[in-house]
Design a protein around this ligand. Structure first.
Ligand code: ADP
Length: 813
């Protein structure tokens, strides 16, 4: 409804003269207040006729509102008695539906007294109702001030209400008029507007209007507060949305567009993996940090690196154990020749694991032996027979605890330790992890790796293993750890205590030959896509290779040489298409392999053999022989030891000298030799350090030989510790030493009586053939065998000969 200010357009001439009767225009839903101009659509025929009549007369109408909007032909009771006298301002516009659009201006309050119909429209008999109390009183001005203030407040809240309406209003008439105009511009209800119309008393009207507007102000203020709050929330949401969009744009500029998607992907992956709570929290923390960082910053890559690690570990994945003893035996047999004792122990161990409920608390197996004897491949076979993943951790040279347990994330380039790295490789929570060369760990200022490893192996602690890098607990209790070592003595004691040692010693020549024939050659033929007709080699040549081209307890070098020969064969076959096969001959061997890098310990086999004795030594790669030379020179009783001898070996030499001095008489040696003779003991191949007490009896024999000019037997070798009293004490590494004696074709070996039980074990494992083994408990026993002629004057005591078979082997070449 268009309502405009009426004050300016008001025409005084239209006020006079008033008829007491005017055509009645009843309105629906509209109350017209004095001094307002309003367009009206006149639709009812009766009303159209009333308007047409008014137009013909002086354009005046009596306008009032209907009480009930649905009544079409109202009577006196159907209309409000209070209405206004109004004047039609322009010629009406006829609308297409026949209705008339008129613009009327209300002139003043009037009250209908009577209604009657004539000429088919209604007439109203009315009286004017002038405003009461519209005089210049204090109350009026006070009320006006109040109304003004209230309206001003209202205009601030409703911008449609014109504020200039109240400017320069002073006289009571102006106040009277503007009060009605204010009512027009305030959002009053139909009833409230009618009530204002009916209140002719200006004081009363102003008061009423004030109250109504104040109520409206209250409503508007509350509404504004609510709207403000809603808007704040909406704005906040909008702001966030806007910022996010902006961030996306910045990320895009920085090439970070894919980052958010990627982070979401990582988040989803973390959820899918069902990480333990701790790990999940850490990942979430890092992802949140990641979101804030530029993607190419170093911090971002640290966070990303960490999250990647956590997500790539197996937290729940397990392989199903398939321990079948029969199958395990089969797998061990198909991959390894011999080793029956070792296989038996492994099968026992697997059986116990299958049977026992406390599977994870059993001791950790440790396969001990020289390199190349198949420790690693045995562990692989164990994992295969259990259906578990296999991972190898090399502990050789590990000095720092952090290598086991990882570096803290704060270090640049930090990584988890070897254990967690192995778990990632394993991709399951229960792999077999091989702790290779557990005896080769050492310690330095950065903590003891053995202590960290102890925690890894302890079933009480390894459920909650903490890697410094991960910084969350990781459960290692389902992992099966198996260790390997070369030298048991070098394993740190606390670790040794947790291990169940299975010894694997070196192979004899015939064992090596069998392994080469049955395993190494067929396996490598297959790997090189050759068939057994294309590559042939005789047993003699294989033996020659073992003998001349390898120096090892295991078969690793042998395998390397076999593969080299196969590669050369392939080359040969490719170069000469007519050739269908290659048979390895000794000439080809020399051509392809050249001369051997390994020189056998050269032994003094010729000459008188005075002052020389051959001992047996144990090294990490197996047994070896050790030729000890001595010479006695005129001098002042100095003792010189050369050939890089360790402290213990030097002490053995002095013990031997003291023993000889104490037996000088029986040996027919001049008692003054230690004052007027210099003694020089030398062990050739001086670049190799040697130590240990087991060369004691050998040094003693060599010295006696030199002092008595009595030649030693060059087909005898020996090992044993000597005491001042001349007792012979036990030594270690018996099997390897006997293998070396066999390899160098000695006929007789003197070993300590105390090693008798070890000898029984060795006999079960290897075939010593015709090797004559003499058990000696004193030096007298040794001297009786080591010399061609016993240097002792006295009758030699009974010697217990373990092998009585007459030797056929020759002295070493
Ligand atoms: P280690 O771990 O003791 O140093 P490996 O397990 O690496 O030794 O063995 C070296 C090579 O020798 C492997 O190819 C292995 O298959 C082979 N090998 C060692 N012992 C045997 C054996 N008894 N039977 C068959 N192959 C063997």
């Amino acid at each position: 409804m268009a309502i405009t200010d009426t004050l300016d357009t008001y025409s005084a001439s239209a006020l006079e003269p008033f008829e007491a009767t005017l055509p009645l225009l009843p309105l629906k839903n509209v109350v017209i207040l004095p001094k307002s101009i309003i367009p009206i659509i006149v639709g009812r025929d009766m009303s159209i006729r009333a308007v047409e009549h008014a137009l013909k007369m002086d354009r005046l109408l009596f306008v009032t509102s209907q009480k009930d909007q649905d009544v079409e032909s109202p009577t006196l009771n159907d209309v409000f008695t209070f209405g206004t006298k109004a004047i039609i301002l322009q010629d009406p516009v006829r609308m297409p539906n026949g209705a008339l659009k008129i613009l009327v201006e209300s002139i003043g309050r009037a009250k209908v007294e009577q209604i009657y119909e004539s000429n088919n429209f209604l007439h109203a008999l009315y009286v004017d109702v002038p405003s009461a109390n519209a005089d210049d009183s204090i109350k009026l001005h006070a009320l006006w001030r109040q109304l003004r203030k209230t309206y001003l407040a209202y205009t601030k809240l409703d911008e449609r209400a014109p504020a200039n309406l109240i400017d320069n209003i002073q006289t009571p008439t102006e106040i009277d008029h503007v009060t009605d105009t204010i009512a027009v511009h305030s959002s009053l209800t139909f009833q409230e507007r009618q009530s204002i119309l009916e209140t002719a008393d200006l004081h009363e009207r102003m008061l009423q209007l004030c109250t109504l507007i104040e109520k409206e102000v209250d409503i508007l203020e509350t509404e504004q507060r609510i709207r403000g709050r809603i808007q704040h929330q909406v704005e906040k949401g909008q702001r966030e949305y806007y910022l996010q969009e902006q961030m996306k744009a910045i990320h895009k500029e920085l090439g970070k567009e894919d980052q958010s998607a990627e982070i979401e992907e990582l988040r989803a992956k973390a959820k899918k993996l069902k990480l333990p709570e701790d790990a999940f929290k850490q990942v979430e923390k890092e992802l949140r940090r990641l979101e804030q960082m530029p993607p190419l910053s170093s911090e971002a890559s640290v966070s990303r690196h960490y999250v990647d690690w956590i997500l790539s570990l197996p937290w729940h994945t397990m392989t199903k154990d398939t321990i079948s003893i029969k199958q395990a035996q089969h797998i061990l047999d198909t991959h390894h020749a011999g080793l029956s004792k070792v296989k038996e122990r492994i099968i026992e161990f697997l059986a116990a694991k299958k049977f026992s409920k406390t599977l994870d608390r059993s001791p950790v197996l440790c396969l001990a032996g020289p390199p190349g004897v198949g420790k690693t491949s045995l562990v692989k076979s164990i994992s295969e027979s259990m259906g578990r993943e296999f991972v190898r951790i090399s502990l050789g040279g590990v000095r720092d605890e952090a290598e086991i347990r990882g570096h803290r994330r704060t270090y640049i380039g930090a990584l988890p330790g070897k254990i967690i790295q192995a778990m990632r490789k394993a991709r399951s929570k229960n792999p077999v992890i091989l702790l290779d060369e557990i005896d080769k760990m050492s310690r330095d200022a950065h903590g003891d790796p053995a202590a960290a490893l102890l925690e890894v192996l302890d079933p009480e602690q390894n459920k909650t293993f903490t890697d410094h890098f991960l910084d969350v607990d990781y459960d290692l209790s389902k992992v099966m750890f198996i260790a390997t070592a070369n030298v048991i003595e070098n394993i740190p004691y606390p670790l040794f205590d947790r291990l169940e040692i299975i010894n694997i010693s070196g192979y004899t020549e015939s064992e090596k030959l069998a392994i080469a024939r049955q395993f190494l050659i067929p396996r490598n033929l297959q790997e090189h896509s050759l068939n057994d007709a294309q590559f042939t080699i005789s047993d003699e040549l294989l033996k020659h290779i073992i003998d001349v081209y390898t120096k090892e307890a295991g078969v690793r070098q042998l395998e390397r040489i076999i593969t080299k020969l196969m590669r050369k064969t392939i080359q040969e076959l490719l170069q000469d298409k007519k050739k269908k096969s290659v048979e390895i001959t000794s000439e080809l061997l020399l051509e392809w392999l050249g001369h051997s890098h390994f020189k056998k310990t050269s032994l003094n086999t010729k000459g008188h053999h005075i002052g020389v004795a051959t001992g047996l030594a144990w090294t990490e790669i197996g047994g070896d022989v050790l030729e000890i030379e001595t010479s006695i020179l005129t001098g002042k009783g100095n003792v010189t030891l050369t050939g890089q001898l360790g402290d213990v070996m030097q002490e053995s030499a002095h013990a031997a000298i003291s023993y000889i001095r104490s037996r000088a008489k029986e040996l027919d040696i001049k008692g003054s030799f230690h004052t007027n003779r210099d003694t020089h003991i030398h062990i050739p191949e001086g670049a190799t350090p040697k130590d240990g007490p087991s060369a004691g009896i050998t040094m003693c024999v060599a010295l006696i030989s030199a002092l008595t000019k009595n030649p030693t037997r060059n087909d005898v070798t020996m090992t044993g510790e000597i005491t001042l009293q001349g007792r012979v004490l036990a030594i270690g590494g018996l099997k390897e030493k006997l293998l070396a004696a066999k390899q160098y074709n000695f006929s007789t070996v003197i070993i300590p009586q105390e090693n008798e039980d070890d000898l029984k074990d060795v006999r079960k494992e290897i075939d010593l053939g015709s090797l004559n083994i003499v058990l000696a408990s004193t030096m007298e026993d040794v001297l009786a065998v080591a010399f061609k002629k016993n240097p002792l004057q006295k009758e030699v005591r009974n010697i217990k000969k373990v092998t009585r078979k007459k030797t056929t082997s020759k002295a070493p070449q």
